[in-house]
Design a protein around this ligand. Sequence first.
Ligand SMILES: [Zn+2]
Length: 85
Amino acid sequence: MPIYEYSCQKCRHQFEALVRAGVAEPTCPSCGSEQLERLFSLPAVRSETTRDLAMRAAKRRDAKLGRERVEEQRLYEQAHDAEGQ
Ligand SMILES: [Zn+2]
């Protein structure tokens, strides 16, 4: 569920809101206005965490691919040796 940051066009109050698909846009908790500007910049801490998680996932994927490549090489060499004998 995405969290968006909103800025109220009327009172400039900024707040975060969870947005579910198909549910009406939130209203300003300060003045009740529906004239909100959606900001796409999430707080730094949250995007940092997302980046870290993505990085860790990529590293895990790379490590797995690395092992598979080693295994492939080993099988290739075994087959090659068998042919030579
Ligand atoms: Zn407002």
